[in-house]
Design a binder for this molecule. Structure first.
Ligand SMILES: *[C@@H]1O[C@H](CO)[C@@H](O)[C@H](O)[C@H]1NC(C)=O
Ligand SMILES: *[C@@H]1O[C@H](CO)[C@@H](O)[C@H](O)[C@H]1NC(C)=O
Ligand SMILES: *[C@@H]1O[C@H](CO)[C@@H](O)[C@H](O)[C@H]1NC(C)=O
Ligand SMILES: *[C@@H]1O[C@H](CO)[C@@H](O)[C@H](O)[C@H]1NC(C)=O
Ligand SMILES: *[C@@H]1O[C@H](CO)[C@@H](O)[C@H](O)[C@H]1NC(C)=O
Length: 300
């Protein structure tokens, strides 16, 4: 090998090292505290206690950058032993299958690699997973761009299900079709006839560009759409995907799809629709609401 190619090889390697330092220098470390607790919720005209993280359903969102490290300390203040699964994280995580007993805590260390876009976390057991779950958003690192036009903002939409009955370890198996309602970010909407139920309301600007992260937390294939609007699919399950256009999404259980939404219809309100693919009777509605008016053309 001549000295020229050796020199080239050396430059190539130092270039790699330089790139590596750049990547390393942008990786951050994040700390989250999750408090598992029993919280009272009223939906479908009935009240029950559910297990939550920090009292919210769905639970809190984790937001980090590509390649970051995340420590999540889970404090179990509930009545049951629970473990958390970090769905779609490539690295195996210590203690992921170990139950955290009531009164104890456990810190998960999640080292992200190439994951980008949206993943989610949930309780490992089926009964707890129906209420203990949330999104895990991974944005481009500081020195990276999106491989598509930069969205004005992003929105997570979690499709969930609601059971009027208490769910326990004894009845783990949640057969498809058993839910009393399906939910969009915890809201059953008004189709179930209970006036106190909340409706998911998503406010957008005409002509804006939104990155919408749709998470299927239901143990069933779900169909999702927004009346008169189409989506550009840009990613799924924590990776960018080849772009495709569609007017509705079909999500397998646990699947996440990232789409771009460009509100370009007449100003107004449009139904957001979520339902199991096998059941057209149980449709859950939310609302896409245009908040701006189109600027009137300047008179000249
Ligand atoms: C959960 O609640 C605790 C105590 O209020 C708080 O310190 C923590 O930041 C919360 N975690 C999240 C993820 O919001
Ligand atoms: C609706 O909410 C009101 C006030 O918060 C409460 O008094 C009423 O009992 C609720 N109705 C149902 C059906 O849950
Ligand atoms: C977490 O658990 C450890 C033992 O595993 C204990 O030493 C520590 O005090 C606990 N921390 C909190 C905040 O509960
Ligand atoms: C999902 O539903 C199937 C039945 O189709 C059932 O066997 C399975 O245990 C359920 N899984 C969870 C996590 O609830
Ligand atoms: C699960 O078990 C609890 C307690 O035994 C019971 O109240 C509830 O009805 C059961 N739920 C289902 C969906 O079978």
């Amino acid at each position: 090998m001549g000295s020229g190619s050796q020199k080239q090889g050396f430059m190539w390697i130092s270039g790699l090292l330089f790139l590596n330092t750049l990547l390393l220098s942008t990786a951050d470390v994040h700390y989250y505290d999750f408090f598992l607790q029993e919280s009272q919720f009223t939906k479908l005209c009935s009240t029950k206690n559910i297990l939550t993280v920090n009292g919210s359903f769905p639970g809190p969102e984790i937001r980090v950058g590509r390649g970051d490290t995340v420590f999540v300390n889970v404090h179990n203040q509930g009545n049951s032993a629970v473990s958390i699964k970090w769905e779609g994280v490539q690295e195996s995580i210590d203690g992921s299958n170990d139950l955290i007993q009531p009164g104890r805590n456990f810190t998960y260390e999640i080292k992200l690699g190439n994951e980008i876009g949206t993943l989610w976390w949930h309780a490992t057991s089926a009964w707890a997973s129906t209420t203990v779950h949330g999104a895990f958003v991974i944005s481009p690192a500081a020195n990276e761009d999106y491989p598509f036009p930069t969205p004005d903002s992003d929105k997570t939409i979690i499709l969930g299900e609601w059971f009027k009955q208490e769910l326990t370890e004894a009845n783990q198996t949640i057969a498809p079709g058993q839910a009393d309602a399906y939910t969009i970010n915890g809201s059953p909407g008004d189709t179930y006839g209970c006036s106190n139920d909340t409706t998911f309301d998503y406010q957008v600007n005409y002509g804006g560009l939104y990155l919408v992260r749709v998470v299927n937390a239901v143990n069933q294939t779900m169909v999702f759409g927004i009346a008169y609007h189409t989506f550009t699919v840009v990613g799924q399950n924590g990776a960018y995907s080849r772009r495709s256009f569609t007017d509705s999404l079909t999500l397998a259980p646990a699947q996440v799809i990232d789409v771009l939404l460009c509100p370009n219809q007449n100003l107004g309100h449009y139904y957001i629709i979520a339902r199991p693919s096998s059941d057209t009777k149980h449709t859950t509605l939310g609302i896409l609401r245009y908040t701006t008016t189109i600027n009137a053309p300047q008179s000249s």
